[in-house]
Each structure stands twice: as structure tokens, then as C-alpha cells.
Write a protein that binds this ligand. Structure first.
Ligand SMILES: C[S@@+](CC[C@H](N)C(=O)[O-])C[C@H]1O[C@@H](n2cnc3c(N)ncnc32)[C@H](O)[C@@H]1O
Length: 391
């Protein structure tokens, strides 16, 4: 975008501009590719050399400060006259039919954008989306997972705008992605929905990278449509307990007796979501499968039985399986092979049993597996204080 603004259209004109401004080609390319508005001396030099105003540069690169947005709003009539009408969105000709159904859900095979077109406004209670991360991974569907940053973000904007459209007022929208992408995705989510939380989910996802902090969390964006969510009933989770000695991981000092026996409030940092790496739990080959614990928590927090859940990126069908077990209606779609999802439903008992175990560790301060061990060792439990009170 910067190059377009500066009328740089090939390597030669780029080289010329770099020589004149003494700004290295590499840095100019970075500004252009990452859509960064230069600052400091670089900005002054670029504006002077290109003989362009800051407003024009911001408009051409799509980087509008709040001040410029206010100015644009003040001149809305004039700008609308120049820009209208916006190009019409073409309706897809593709017919998309369910390939698998249950009494609660429908699974489609195809592009989520085609399916989204067919879903009514304000009809879904909860959207959860775990899109490809544009990391050049090989998906069974063969989708291009190595787009230019701009292309990837424009694609995200398309399905996000559609998901927001189908969300009921009060509905919740969660997006799972790398912090790098979610920080950009949040820019336009903030325009159409209400920000609730940036949840950091502690999972190590790559080896340490030189010159970077060790990437150790995924970002889970949580937005709602309208002022507040229609359903917000988060589970409580157990306090931190050492898996070996069963003792407290944190010092609760004089507050132990005030702790809720149903568990502690969930914070916006989730430390207890396991990666799905073990073959026993994997529902399809390759990576990218999310833990049912994550979906259980989200679905429990933001929907009720009978509500409608939509996930535009099926993968192995984690969202659909958990929705089904938790008696939510669901709509699913996957552009690649769907056999693994269908097979997962044939063996849904496995997920159900797994989920039962997970739920045993929710809404209690000390899970059963630690409780008796703590009592035997004379460690405190909520009972300790109840007994003391009554004696
Ligand atoms: C990161 S995976 C989702 C994994 C899923 N959350 C799970 O737990 O198994 C993303 C999936 O989206 C699918 N996908 C990519 N583009 C799509 C599109 N336009 N429409 C529907 N599915 C798409 C990919 O084939 C891939 O299986």
C-alpha cells in the first residue's frame, strides 16, 4: 500500500526512492508489506520526497488516526457522494447441502463463506472460530495457508463480518488465533461488536525463536453483539494443587476460609488447557485439533441447552461434538474432508466419557482425586473451616 501511495511499481523505482531518501529498501519493504505508517525522520523524508500530505498517506495506506476518522465522519456527506455506490457483493451460485445431520446439528462440506450467505441475520447464539493461521501448513483440504498478510486479513474480515451478521443480539463470538493475527482482527471487531476479553491460553506452540520471546500463548478473543452477552455463566475451576504432593501451589494466607468451595473464578489467563498431542485423543491426523476442555468452557460460559452454536472451520469437529454432548444445536462446515468428523460422531461416547472426567474437575475447589489425599496428610479443605465453625 505504501508503494502505491509513493508510485513505486517496480524494483527500479523502489531502488531510486531508497537512494534519494537514504531509507534502506528492506525498511521500505517492511513498511509496505506490514502496512505500517512510517514515523519520525522516515515519515518526514517520505512526505517530502513524495510531495504528499500526511492525510493522503494515511488514506492511501488505510492507517487512519482517531483524529482523521473524526474528520472523515465530519465530511461523511461529501465522501459518500464520491464513493457511492459501493460495489455490490456477488452472491455465490454454489448450492451447499448438509452432508451429515443429527437431531441437533447439521454439517456442511464447502466454503464457510458460501454457507454463511444462507444463514439468517441474528439467528445464532454463539460463534466459535479457529481459522487456519496462515503458517503455510498443509491442510487435507489443500487450502492456501501462505497468503500475503493483507490477503489473509481481508479474508478474515469477510467471514468475521458475516459471523457478526448472523449473531443474535447478546450472542457471543470467540476467535482463536495467534496474538499476531488477533491483534489485527480485533481492530475491525472493535468496530462492529463489544470487546469482552483477550484471553491468553497458555500453550507452547513452537520452539524458541532467536530474537523473540518464547511464544507460549494463543489468543482467544471474546466479543459480544450489543452491550452485554445474553448468557455469561462461567464455570469455576479448582485452586492450584501440586499433582505430586497435593499441597497448595499458591499461598492463600489468611483467606483460605473465605474461598468458595465451588472453586475459583476463571481469569483471562487460562493455564489448564492441554494441547491435543496424544494419539489416543486425536480425531484426525496432523495438528490443529483443539481440546474438548476449551470448547466445553466456552460453550458452558456463553450458551444454554437448546442454543445454536456455529463454527465456520470444522477441522476434526471438536466444537460440534462438544455442542452435541452438551445439548446445544449446532451448524458446522469444513472445506476439506469431513469423514473424520462423521466418524467422531459415530464414536461420540469417547468424547462424552472424556468430557465427564473434565467436568469432574470443574465447579469444585479441590477435585476428588486430591481431596482424600489432602485429608490423609492433614492439609486443609473447605470442610476444615466448616468443622471449626461448628465446634
Ligand atoms: C485450525 S483448523 C480447525 C480445527 C478445529 N477447531 C478442531 O478442533 O478440530 C481449520 C480448519 O478450517 C478449514 N477451512 C479452511 N478454510 C475454510 C473455509 N473457507 N471454509 C470452511 N473450512 C475451512 C481447514 O480445512 C481446517 O480443517
Amino acid at each position: 500500500m505504501l508503494f502505491k501511495a509513493l508510485q513505486i511499481d517496480d524494483d527500479q523505482s523502489l531502488g531510486r526512492f531508497a537512494r534519494k531518501t537514504k531509507i534502506p529498501v528492506k525498511r521500505l519493504k517492511y513498511y509496505n508489506d506490514a502496512r505500517i505508517l512510517p514515523s519520525g525522520n522516515d515519515l518526514d523524508i517520505i512526505l517530502k520526497e513524495a510531495d504528499i500530505s500526511l492525510i493522503k498517506l494515511m488514506l492511501l495506506t488505510g492507517n487512519l488516526t482517531r483524529e482523521l476518522k473524526t474528520l472523515v465522519a465530519e465530511h461523511a456527506d461529501h465522501i459518500t457522494r464520491i464513493l457511492s455506490p459501493l460495489p455490490k457483493k456477488e452472491k455465490s451460485e454454489k448450492q451447499i447441502k448438509p452432508i451429515f445431520t443429527t437431531e441437533l446439528g447439521k454439517l456442511f462440506q464447502g466454503d464457510c463463506l458460501d454457507l454463511l450467505e444462507t444463514i439468517e441475520n441474528d439467528s445464532v447464539d454463539l460463534v466459535f472460530a479457529d481459522p487456519p493461521f496462515n503458517l503455510n501448513k498443509l491442510y487435507p483440504s489443500g487450502i492456501n495457508d501462505d497468503l500475503k498478510a493483507d490477503q489473509y486479513l481481508s479474508w478474515c474480515e469477510k467471514w468475521i463480518v458475516e459471523c457478526a451478521r448472523i449473531l443474535k443480539p447478546g450472542g457471543s463470538f470467540f476467535i482463536w488465533n495467534l496474538p499476531k493475527w488477533n491483534s489485527r482482527i480485533a481492530e475491525y471487531l472493535n468496530v462492529i461488536l463489544t470487546f469482552r476479553h483477550w484471553i491468553s491460553v497458555d500453550i507452547k506452540y513452537s520452539l524458541p525463536i532467536k530474537g523473540r520471546l518464547y511464544p507460549s500463548h494463543y489468543s482467544l478473543l471474546y466479543y459480544c453483539k450489543g452491550e452485554k452477552p445474553q448468557t455469561f455463566e462461567p464455570d469455576r475451576i479448582p485452586m492450584g494443587i501440586c499433582p505430586h504432593c497435593h499441597g497448595d501451589l499458591k499461598d492463600y494466607g489468611g483467606y483460605k476460609n473465605k474461598m468458595n468451595p465451588n472453586g475459583v473464578n476463571i481469569s483471562d489467563v487460562w493455564l489448564d488447557i492441554p494441547p491435543v498431542r496424544h494419539a489416543k485423543y486425536k480425531k484426525r491426523n496432523g495438528s490443529n485439533e483443539l481440546s474438548i476442555k476449551l470448547l466445553d468452557r466456552i460453550i458452558e460460559m456463553s450458551s444454554r441447552e437448546g442454543d445454536l452454536v456455529f463454527d465456520p472451520f470444522g477441522g476434526s469437529g471438536t466444537t460440534y461434538a462438544v455442542s452435541q454432548i452438551k445439548k446445544r444445536r449446532w451448524i458446522g462446515v469444513e472445506i476439506g474432508p469431513v469423514e473424520d468428523i462423521i466418524e467422531r460422531f459415530q464414536k461420540l461416547e469417547e468424547d462424552r466419557l472424556n468430557l465427564e472426567q473434565i467436568r469432574k474437575n470443574t465447579n469444585c475447589l479441590i477435585p476428588e482425586k486430591h481431596y482424600q489425599k489432602r485429608v490423609a496428610q492433614g492439609l486443609w479443605t473447605p470442610e476444615t473451616f466448616r468443622i471449626k465453625k461448628s465446634s
